[in-house]
Design a protein around this ligand. Structure first.
Ligand code: HEC
Ligand code: HEC
Ligand code: HEC
Ligand code: HEC
Ligand code: HEC
Ligand code: HEC
Ligand code: HEC
Ligand code: HEC
Ligand code: HEC
Ligand code: HEC
Ligand code: HEC
Ligand code: HEC
Ligand code: HEC
Length: 434
């Protein structure tokens, strides 16, 4: 209240004293206007003296005029600077203070008129009617988020985001405070993605996922680009991105919901049937493997892209995906990032590979062929195996599980696969010969 409040009041009251003398003390209790002062909140100014605002113009015909126009009338006592502090003024103020307030007594608190549908805000603004309405907007608690008069913030927001939202979403605030990684747009505001009022989708989202995410991350869905050889089909499905990422914050890098490999195992812990065949259960293979492949231990991202890839099977580098391959180093570029291609290069070897019978390179025999060279996964399981050297028990051949029956022997190994009789190979001298 302004300092000169008292002075002004005295002056006004003094001026109107004489003219209103004949109605003194009666108006509010006269039986004519006593309903004016009934309500949840009563204006002390009105209870005190009607004449502050109403000047008699003609006592005989009971005619009055307002002591001033709005809002000056109200600013006689309420500091203009206080009420309208803020660069951004609510346009409603143009309609006068009494657009929202009853000058005598309000049916709602703060002298507020009850308004359309229980809130004065709906006298001018439409109700929010989409399928999903935000709790506080549904019950017309508009002032939980908005100041009614003026603010320095856009759209009369009571506080800056995300604090505005954390007033009620306490659990998210706690996550936010503890998070190592915060999604960039969250710092700009929660309403980058959510409507504060209503939406036709769950979680008050204007767009569904993945559409919402690719408005800013359009490189995370494959285009019609011919260089795309494999797509993790789930990324096109409903809620795809949030199956792996948190939209808000996370203890893991890349905003991942879980760290790899657990993230991947949340789906790849069972066989998955697709239109193109069955995808192996990788989690069980890895967990039950007596012999693990080193790079798998540090996660899946060493070899796989999560979204899509220029190589088959989402691989980061090319590794042929057919059973039979026309051999070239490039065809197994992924493996040769870490393993020496010399193990496959020539018919005769000394020590380039253990898969040799004396000097005869059996890797070369099986793999290095123009036609029908065997893929590595014919014999090895790159995700882990129960036999040494990552050798498989069996390999899926069409619908048949072709057994390999590999045995490691003191001087090499032996196998009796479904494709030939038992063969042994000797890659080191027997112990007694040493
Ligand atoms: C703070 C200023 C103020 C005080 C004090 C005040 N009024 Fe009013 N009154 C107004 C304004 C402004 C209007 C115009 C109403 C509107 O536009 O909502 C009004 C309108 C009225 C009206 C006509 C419209 C209606 O709502 O029926 C009556 C009657 C009235 N006042 C009586 C009183 C009486 C009786 C008192 C004292 C008990 C009183 N007023 C005290 C500001 C005041
Ligand atoms: C004669 C001085 C005076 C005038 C003129 C006056 N008020 Fe008030 N008003 C008061 C006093 C005194 C209070 C009670 C002190 C407080 O709560 O701030 C008050 C309180 C209020 C409140 C707060 C009610 C609450 O419960 O929070 C509102 C809203 C209000 N006035 C609106 C108006 C409007 C609108 C006008 C103009 C139509 C107006 N006042 C004119 C003196 C005045
Ligand atoms: C759009 C509706 C609306 C208009 C127009 C409006 N007010 Fe308010 N006013 C409110 C609401 C709602 C509150 C309740 C306080 C809150 O929730 O922040 C309020 C609270 C108040 C209060 C008491 C609390 C405080 O902020 O000190 C005063 C005094 C007040 N208004 C004066 C005025 C005056 C003077 C005008 C005209 C210049 C005016 N109001 C115009 C909606 C309005
Ligand atoms: C007398 C009519 C009227 C009433 C009552 C009213 N408003 Fe408004 N409001 C307007 C007008 C006019 C605008 C400007 C046009 C628009 O954005 O719709 C506006 C704009 C707004 C804006 C956007 C401001 C900006 O800077 O973008 C918010 C937020 C708002 N009103 C909230 C409220 C709330 C909350 C209430 C209830 C306390 C309310 N309004 C009551 C007329 C009103
Ligand atoms: C949970 C907080 C919250 C509640 C509750 C809320 N609003 Fe808002 N409102 C906002 C935010 C935040 C914005 C700014 C939106 C943005 O970032 O574009 C806004 C914007 C607005 C605007 C400007 C136009 C627009 O839609 O962007 C109006 C008008 C408005 N609100 C009116 C209301 C009314 C009326 C109510 C009560 C029925 C209400 N709001 C309830 C937070 C809220
Ligand atoms: C005044 C309290 C309040 C404020 C402030 C508030 N909310 Fe809410 N919000 C709620 C309530 C209540 C619910 C409904 C709770 C429920 O259904 O579990 C809700 C639900 C939501 C939901 C949907 C959750 C779900 O599980 O469907 C989202 C999204 C949301 N709020 C976002 C926001 C954003 C963004 C802001 C800030 C602009 C915000 N809220 C500010 C009270 C609030
Ligand atoms: C980048 C977009 C984006 C931003 C920014 C964002 N959200 Fe969300 N939010 C989402 C998506 C998408 C979902 C739905 C997640 C799902 O489907 O599991 C969601 C879900 C929610 C939920 C319901 C589920 C839950 O986790 O409780 C609430 C509440 C929520 N958000 C509040 C907020 C608040 C508060 C902020 C600001 C701190 C915010 N959001 C910022 C995209 C966003
Ligand atoms: C309004 C734009 C916008 C929207 C919408 C958006 N993001 Fe982001 N996102 C960004 C920006 C900006 C960055 C930080 C810049 C960068 O690292 O590329 C980012 C970073 C990320 C990151 C990398 C974080 C890190 O720490 O490496 C992930 C993951 C991500 N967003 C996922 C999502 C998902 C999932 C959605 C949908 C729920 C989404 N984004 C929606 C703008 C957006
Ligand atoms: C199968 C799980 C999975 C899905 C589904 C997924 N992502 Fe990712 N995303 C990841 C992994 C894993 C990373 C690598 C994180 C790291 O850097 O540690 C990543 C990284 C990112 C990055 C940041 C690093 C970069 O490459 O720039 C963004 C942005 C991103 N994803 C957005 C999206 C969007 C948008 C969607 C939905 C279209 C989506 N993701 C779907 C798992 C997934
Ligand atoms: C939300 C479930 C889900 C998660 C999490 C998930 N995947 Fe998948 N993945 C699938 C489904 C369903 C398919 C089969 C459809 C397809 O081809 O995308 C698949 C297929 C694959 C394929 C075979 C693609 C092809 O072209 O044959 C690879 C490789 C793969 N996922 C790797 C991963 C990796 C690595 C992760 C962890 C970053 C992961 N997945 C996380 C559901 C998931
Ligand atoms: C050393 C590289 C490498 C690592 C690390 C790796 N993969 Fe693979 N992954 C491959 C290769 C090569 C293929 C294709 C050959 C095959 O299917 O065995 C493949 C195929 C797949 C397939 C498709 C299987 C099918 O039946 O079509 C899935 C699913 C998969 N990997 C998931 C994972 C997951 C989950 C992880 C992390 C635990 C992981 N991979 C780690 C190299 C790797
Ligand atoms: C990121 C590096 C890396 C990639 C890529 C990689 N490996 Fe390995 N691999 C290793 C390491 C490290 C070992 C353990 C040390 C060793 O025996 O060379 C290993 C071991 C092996 C073994 C077991 C050797 C033994 O005698 O026990 C086989 C078989 C194998 N890898 C096959 C493959 C195949 C097939 C590919 C391609 C699909 C591949 N690796 C891709 C790093 C890699
Ligand atoms: C016909 C079955 C077969 C095929 C096909 C095969 N390997 Fe092997 N590989 C073996 C056997 C058996 C051993 C174990 C040799 C031993 O006793 O030390 C082995 C050993 C290895 C080793 C350990 C180092 C070494 O050379 O002794 C690596 C690495 C390896 N293979 C990678 C590959 C890669 C990469 C491919 C595909 C380009 C591949 N293998 C194809 C059977 C095969």
């Amino acid at each position: 209240m302004k300092k000169n409040f008292g002075l002004i009041c005295i002056a006004i009251i003094g001026m109107s004293c004489w003219s209103l003398a004949q109605f003194e003390g009666e108006c509010g209790q006269s039986g004519c206007h006593d309903t004016l002062l009934q309500g949840r909140s009563v204006h002390s100014a009105a209870a005190d003296d009607c004449a502050t605002c109403h000047e008699v113009t003609d006592a005989d015909s009971h005619e009055f005029k307002l002591a001033d126009d709005e809002p000056a009338l109200c600013f006689m006592c309420h500091g203009e600077d206080e009420v309208t502090a803020g660069k951004n003024r609510h346009m409603a103020l143009e309609s006068g203070c009494t657009a929202c307030h009853d000058p005598h007594a309000g049916k709602a608190g703060h002298l507020l008129k009850s308004g359309e549908g229980g809130s004065v805000c709906f006298d001018c603004h439409s109700k929010y009617t989409k399928e999903f309405v935000h709790g506080p907007a549904a019950v017309a608690s508009c002032t939980a988020c908005h100041v009614p008069h003026a603010s320095d913030r856009r759209a009369l927001q009571r506080q800056a985001q995300p604090d505005l939202c954390f007033r009620c979403h306490g659990p998210l605030q706690a996550e936010h405070e503890q998070a190592k990684h915060i999604h960039y747009p969250v710092e700009d505001g929660c309403t980058e993605c959510h409507s504060p009022h209503d939406a036709s989708r769950e979680y008050l989202l204007a767009k569904g996922v993945p559409e919402l995410c690719v408005t800013c991350h359009d490189d995370k869905l494959p285009g019609d680009d011919e260089s795309v050889a494999s797509v993790h089909e789930i990324i096109r499905r409903d809620r795809s991105c949030v199956a792996c990422h948190s939209p808000h914050f996370s203890p893991n890098s890349g905003l991942l919901a879980k760290a790899s490999p657990d993230l991947c195992f949340s789906c790849h812990d069972r066989e998955i049937t697709t239109g193109r065949g069955t995808i192996q259960d990788i989690a069980t293979t890895v967990r039950q493997a007596e012999f693990a492949h080193d790079p798998v231990a540090s996660g899946c991202d060493g070899c796989h892209e999560p979204h899509f890839s220029a190589n088959g099977r989402l691989l980061t580098e090319r590794s042929a995906t057919d059973y039979y391959v026309s051999y070239s180093e490039e065809a197994f570029g992924l493996c040769f990032q870490c393993h020496d291609a010399a193990a496959f290069a020539s018919e005769k070897v000394i020590a380039e590979t253990g898969f040799r019978d004396g000097n005869r390179n059996l890797h070369f025999v099986h793999v290095n062929k123009e036609r029908k060279g065997r893929n590595c996964f014919f014999c090895h399981n790159v995700h882990g195996a129960s036999r040494e050297h990552l050798l498989r028990e069996s390999v899926r051949f069409g619908t048949w599980d072709l057994p390999l029956n590999y045995q490691s022997t003191p001087t090499g190994g032996a196998c009796t696969p479904g494709c030939h009789k038992m063969y042994r190979y000797e890659n080191r001298p027997a112990e007694e010969e040493l």
